[in-house]
Write a protein that binds this ligand. Sequence first.
Ligand code: FES
Length: 81
Amino acid sequence: MADFVNVVINGQAVEVPPGTSVAAAIIMIGAPSRHSISGQPRGPLCGMGVCYECCATVNGRPHVKGCQTVCEEGMEISTDV
Ligand code: FES
């Protein structure tokens, strides 16, 4: 098993430990997952797939629950910032 998994978040190359969730990877770079309709930054709340606060675009697929998705090599992640 590799020591790190390489992903790209909002155009920034990031190395994360294997098994890291997309939500955790986004937190590692200090970005919110999304913004509320009133413009407030939002991030993971429940960590178990219920609240939808961690949704991001993963490999072009929007509204992916980051807390339920494990980072894979070469994954492209974008938040709505
Ligand atoms: S943190 Fe609540 S659905 Fe992901």
